[in-house]
Design a protein around this ligand. Structure first.
Ligand code: NAD
Ligand code: DAU
Length: 351
């Protein structure tokens, strides 16, 4: 029998992390999965209520910035791998409060690397420190071109700069100490359980409540959208089969101008809510642009496709329609979030 895996997943109560945790718990019943999450405003155990009691799964509330806490955790557990998703993840919040991003994303990642590196000295079964990163580290594209794994780093927001710094630290631990690391940089995710500060769930929620739809600038910025389950499938593959020291770009090959995407959501919502065609579009408002707003992100995912055989599986319009259904069917989930600090953030950001 092979070695029993005990994997630490950080940020597992967040949007992408919860899909990754569920996938690992369901697909690998012989693994132990430890979900470490601080439960910030973005962390929500409701995302995982269906697997909360699964054998082999354990949730631990804790902060990756707190080194004393991590020392105790690592003294009590021998991990075979770490999948690191915990982060402050919203660009607009990083503009309002940059230090929080530097603390969590840089210092938190450094603490985890240090702990993994210390444990590796007496734990030969440690096989992978997998750092989940973003395409935003590469900066902004013009109208042409794609980000490859060789694109130079050029982060332009406190969020992307803190993620870029954390990527550099991860690679430094590989080169300096031989820590077995792997990094992936992914484009914009969408799907169930995404906090409604991000464009797609914010627009769905606002249309539903007949609230204005804030489009930054002229709505001409372009993002590449990937369904969250496709990202989770890529993470599964990279964790198990990715080559150590390597980076893999992950993308949906699915570029949308913001305004076109918002209009598509309006069309889908008009139909689902049985509103007159064109009703929701009337809610669109062009608002002050995000400072340093990156124009375009687009990914060349040929490396993960050719080396590991991954491809995005879902058709965008179907998956977007299913995503809208999820938010309409899960009003309780939204109500719990909206009753928290969401309104005060919304006021600060938009009103
Ligand atoms: P999220 O904001 O939904 O979730 C982040 C999670 O991390 C939350 O559960 C939060 O409680 C936890 N967390 C925050 N600070 C912590 C700390 N100090 N200690 C422990 N836990 C802490 O984020 P997401 O959108 O799911 O993104 C997850 C990861 O994927 C991030 O690293 C992000 O940079 C990266 N990423 C996101 C996208 C995207 O489109 N959302 C795309 C590419 C990469
Ligand atoms: O590319 C990957 C990144 O995608 C991840 O690393 C980040 O964690 C994730 O938040 C996301 O970053 P973006 O800034 O691209 O996502 P956001 O949903 O905030 O915005 C998408 C686009 O929509 C962006 O061009 C800004 C615009 N926007 C956003 C909001 C919230 C608006 O026009 N209005 C809005 O109200």
């Amino acid at each position: 029998m092979g070695l029993k895996h005990k994997i630490l997943i950080t940020g597992g109560a967040g949007f992408i992390g919860s899909h990754v945790v569920r996938r690992f718990v369901r697909n690998y019943p012989d693994y132990e999965i430890v979900n470490l999450d601080k439960l910030t405003y973005a962390g929500n155990l409701e995302n995982l209520k269906d697997i909360a009691e699964a054998p082999g799964y354990r949730f631990i509330k804790g902060d990756i910035v707190d080194l004393d806490f991590l020392e105790k955790l690592f003294s009590e557990n021998i991990f075979t791998g770490i999948i690191h998703l915990a982060a402050e993840s919203h660009v607009d919040r990083s503009i309002l409060d940059p230090l929080n991003f530097i603390n969590t994303n840089l210092l938190g990642t450094a603490n985890l690397l240090h702990m993994a590196n210390e444990q590796m000295k007496y734990n030969p079964s440690f096989s992978c420190f997998y750092h989940i990163s973003t395409d935003e580290v590469y900066g902004s594209l013009g109208k042409e071109g794609l980000f490859t794994e060789e694109s130079p780093y050029d982060p332009r927001s406190p969020y992307s700069a803190s993620k870029a710094g954390s990527d550099h630290l991860v690679r430094a631990f590989y080169h300096t100490y031989g820590l077995p690391v792997v990094v992936s940089n992914c484009s914009n995710n969408y799907g169930p359980n995404q906090f409604p500060e991000k464009l797609i769930p914010l627009v769905i929620n606002n249309i539903k409540n007949s609230r204005e739809l804030p489009v930054y600038g002229k709505g001409e910025n372009i993002r590449d959208w990937l369904y969250v389950e496709d990202h989770a499938a890529a993470i599964d593959l990279i964790f198990h089969e990715g080559n150590k020291g390597e980076t893999y770009n992950i993308g949906g090959n699915n570029e949308w101008k913001n305004l076109d995407l918002v209009k598509l959501l309006c069309e889908i919502m008009d139909e689902k809510l049985e509103r007159a065609k064109g009703e929701s579009e009337k809610l669109i408002r062009f608002v002050k642009d995000r400072p340093g707003h990156d124009l375009r992100y687009a990914i060349d995912a040929s490396k993960i496709e050719s080396e590991l055989g991954w491809q995005p599986g879902l058709d965008f319009k179907n998956a977007l329609s299913a995503t809208v259904d999820w938010y309409l069917d899960n009003q309780d989930w939204l109500d719990h979030i909206l009753s928290g600090e969401y309104e005060s953030y919304y006021e600060k950001q938009y009103l």
